[in-house]
Design a protein around this ligand. Structure first.
Ligand code: IMP
Length: 405
């Protein structure tokens, strides 16, 4: 496993956390390169559920190094909470297993407030992602390296007064108080100082030494700021290009792994051609426990859209696919799969036969019901990329490995 990348092929929530957790067993380094606490990577181990928002999933493996790259936006309050939660679960987060890029931008409480105020129509996670990336592009952002500066409190206050004007003059809203955040800056600074470094050098050293590296994408291809369903997208490049700019290092990914759910979900607003606003959608939501890991919002549910996934294969150059939550399709008489969806009015479906059996305890592809095997074969053939792994449940071992990654 020299150098792998894992990217969501749909609108996020494809089950990347579980796959990254599985792959990080062999990894020496796990890198997050975009997004922030809008992500919620859920991992279930021995019945214990972990939801990681910022820290790479490799932290759970206990032996690999983890990096929050320069392309990420770091909510320091959430990061501190996550470190303490992990500590209480017996997992220590120390500079020896986590490094944060000095160039990663900081999400402040002001960004979260502005996100709530201005981005309602997008249905964001309200984690301050858009406003923080806006400041980055506007060259007015605050970076992790600034946290180490004794003047950081004043930088936050100056950012705050800019947004106070917008909130009060444009939106006629009372601005938030940020005293609590300001009061804690010194504590954050002294705690996080040893974690903050130039991560380019670290990633490059691991790569030169031919160590096993895993890049962990957040969200999914259709939420990419450039390639997604704009403006109903997140504010980072969730596709493979984001891995290069968000880590700063050129490397060749031997495996470009696309994670796709056996059906489709989306949270927030925006187009969703295969959405099922009927009992099918409700059944999928119930069977798949489709509620946001970050916000708890019910996810919109619908049939698998292979047109969407095909586009993700092209954009990211996937050469290996993982199909997740196939067990959630147990019991459907007929299954629909969209093969054309570029125009919502001309959406075109193929209908496949479903299966009655519960497949969650299956560990071998050839023991799956015939119709279930045909569903997977259809996907592989349409996309022209092998489905190497199939996840059939939330636990780590609920997995069929057809071909080792
Ligand atoms: P933001 O990233 O919070 O700005 O939200 C923009 C859009 O991306 C909204 O539709 C969110 O619901 C969606 N989104 C952001 N992060 C995730 C995620 O991790 N999974 C699924 N959807 C997400």
């Amino acid at each position: 496993m020299p150098c792998y990348i894992v990217i969501g092929a749909q609108w996020g929530d494809e089950g990347k956390g579980k796959i990254v957790d599985y792959l990080s067993e062999k990894a020496d380094l796990v890198v997050r390169y975009q997004g922030g606490a809008n992500a919620g990577h859920t991992i279930v181990r021995d019945g214990v559920k972990f939801v990681l928002h910022l820290i790479p999933s490799g932290i759970l493996s206990g032996h690999c190094h983890n990096i929050i790259g320069n392309g990420c936006v770091v909510d320091i309050e959430t990061l501190m909470d996550e470190i303490h939660t992990l500590k209480n679960l017996g997992i220590s987060v120390i500079p020896e297993n986590l490094t944060i890029s000095d160039r990663a931008h900081i999400v402040t409480p002001v960004h979260k407030y502005i996100d709530r105020l201005m981005n309602e129509r997008i249905g964001t996670t309200c984690r301050g992602i858009g406003p923080c990336y806006s400041d980055k592009i506007n060259r007015s952002g605050l970076r992790m390296t600034d946290l180490l500066n004794d003047d950081f409190e004043n930088m936050v206050l100056s950012q705050s007064s800019y947004y106070k004007n917008i909130a009060e003059k444009l939106f006629h809203k009372n601005f938030i108080k940020i005293n609590d955040f300001i009061d804690k800056i010194a504590e954050y600074r002294s705690y996080l100082r040893p974690f903050i470094k130039d991560t380019v050098i670290i990633i490059s050293d691991f790569y030169q030494q031919k160590k096993n590296i895993l890049f962990e994408g957040a969200q999914g291809t259709s939420l990419d700021i450039d390639q997604g369903t704009y403006p109903y997208v997140t504010s980072s490049n969730t596709t493979i290009g984001g891995a290069y700019t968000g880590s700063g290092v050129y490397l060749q990914f031997d495996r470009r792994i696309g994670i796709m759910k056996a059906y489709t979900t989306r949270v927030g607003e925006g187009p969703f051609p295969t959405e099922q606003l009927n009992t099918i959608g409700v059944t999928l939501r119930t069977k798949g426990h489709e509620y946001g890991a970050t916000t708890g919002r019910p996810r919109r549910c619908g049939w698998l859209d292979l047109h969407q996934v095909k586009r993700a294969c092209i954009i990211n150059g996937f050469n290996y696919l993982v199909l997740t939550k196939l067990d959630c399709l147990n019991g459907f008489k007929k299954l629909k799969v969209a093969v054309e969806s570029s125009d919502v009015t001309k959406i075109c479906y193929e209908e496949l036969d479903g299966w009655k059996e519960d497949i969650s305890s299956n560990r071998h592809f050839d023991q799956l019901p015939k119709n279930c095997q045909q569903y997977v074969d259809f996907i592989e053939k349409f996309l022209g990329v092998p489905v190497g792994m199939i996840s059939t449940g939330s636990e780590r071992n609920d997995m069929i490995v057809k071909e080792l990654p």
